[in-house]
Design a protein around this ligand. Sequence first.
Ligand code: BES
Ligand code: ZN
Length: 632
Amino acid sequence: MRRSLYKTGKYSAILLALLAWPGGAFAGDRSGDSAAGAADIHSFARPAEAVVTHLDLDIEVDFQKKQIAGKARWRIQNPAGAARLYLDTRDLAIERATLGEEEKETGFFPGNSVKFLGQPLEIEIHPETEVVTVYYHTRPGAAALQWLEPGQTVGGKHPFLFTQSQAILARTWIPCQDSPGIRITYTARVKTDPALLAVMSAQNTPAKNPAGIYTFVMNQPIPSYLLALAVGDLEYRALGPRSGIFAEPPVVEKAAYEFADAEKMIAAAERLYGPYRWEQYDVLVLPPSFPFGGMENPRLTFATPTVLAGDRSLVALIAHELAHSWSGNLVTNAAWNDFWLNEGFTTYFENRIMEELYGEETAEMLAYLGYQDLLKTFRKLGENSPDTHLFLNLVGRDPDAGMSDVAYEKGALFLRMLEKNFGRGKWDVFLKSYFDQHAFKSMTTAGFLTYLREKLTGNDAALESRLQIDAWVYGPGLPDNCPIPNPAAFEQVQAQAAAWLAGTPASALQTGNWGTPHWLEFISRLPQPMSPEQMAELDAAFGFTASGNSEILCAWLVRGISNGYEPAYPALENFLKTIGRRKFLRPLYQELAKTPQGLQRAREIYTVARANYHPIAVKSIDEILNFSVASN
Ligand code: BES
Ligand code: ZN
């Protein structure tokens, strides 16, 4: 019998530490947060004993079997002379393990499975072991993988595979030390169908290979959640000297138009916070089932096609994923309870990039919309919920469950507050040096606060109490020094919404100079409920149901559902059956689920659509609709 790490390992040590914690104002939330380096409760790895430093991955992607099979060769450091290397796995079939270049068989022991976390894999090593090779294959349910049939792609002719490793899903396709506090360099050799192109979060050759063999190199050390692979009928188009687009052929042109400002964004980001350290910045436009808006895989952002609005109005997403090249990929949250260090910094930085490119007013509108989303999230979670803290308590939870707008929007507001206090000049110097000093390292929440106090706040007690740093980080809601975004342009939007309510026909409203943010604000200002006639009047004037802008359409469809506006239902059904972006699916299904007829409708649509969604989205929507495969 193998020991269960859950019972005897560090996982329980953390539980004990939590139980023993003395309490106090915000104290219960600080467990595991120490500048010295917090333990990662979501990994079985024991990096203090033996830690991986480099991966040589050699795999075959088999679309028939829906399987990745091959070997992961790890270079390790074992200064303590440990007798075991601990890796994370979940739903992986481990075939054998060997030591050294000479590949001497060695013992390996899969441990007990723990909810959300998968299984530890213990491998017997020696004090002098430098190389450990694991032979394995993935299982059909691997949560990081989505295998698309040709019919689920835009081109319709070839299958497609993509991975999504964040937060703790890399372990479902590679046996690894799956903790954001552990960094590795990697190379990979990927063999697949020669009709397809394979790309990774690494140096890519952007052309098909007649043998279907692709090789990759990532020389900068990255955490496992940034390991990424996609295989499909992809074409490349350069945008600038160090940026470009990968997409299915029918989408390349549109994507190249949409993301034409990528090079300018890189330049703006560099002016703000220092050199771009990843050489190349490409964007891979995925098929519509991609469950996220974007994923900051290094050198190769993965992006949803739902941002291809045709008018470049949703490119904040590119600013966001690009910003992660500093906040997240360069300086990385040490564990998932520090998630706000990734997303809050990135949301703040995204807004700064948008301001550089498109001006203060646009940036302020976007910040305001984010702030409104945050207020909605607060209402949903409850104002005093611990999940409204920046520093999260994820003990015993799937990290995905604690991740919300709070890390993004409250995190960004916290940094905005600091910026306003210290002034941009001083603040930007601080951030630049923060990225520089901690490049290619991980950062804890406490580590950041220490650095902040060292470099900016000093020992000034009056300043400390004005900033309310601890209340921001370890407390609920928004402290009273929160700087609320206040775009002047929205006054006009609010005035037009009020005028319509007071009787001005929709067609007579002054909306001539409005862009996407104005429309989103307008829709959010509409009264609830509205009659079908009111909905129809707006629709006739502004064409919302037929909008090609996914953000506007989704916001409108939510109103369509809550007001029982039948003319929007065909568009709703089409949207739910073709798009797998969770941010859109969730509010739509949630709104449908509020009435018995809506729930019925939702279940009918979902029964068909479910097969098109990524495992990550399926999990979320199953929960909303209380759906299990047996119930369909
Ligand atoms: N890193 C996130 C996506 C993510 C977070 C994946 C947590 C898995 C777990 C990415 O950078 C992101 O934030 N994407 C947003 C878009 C962005 C513009 C706010 C998304 O997908 O909605
Ligand atoms: Zn992000």
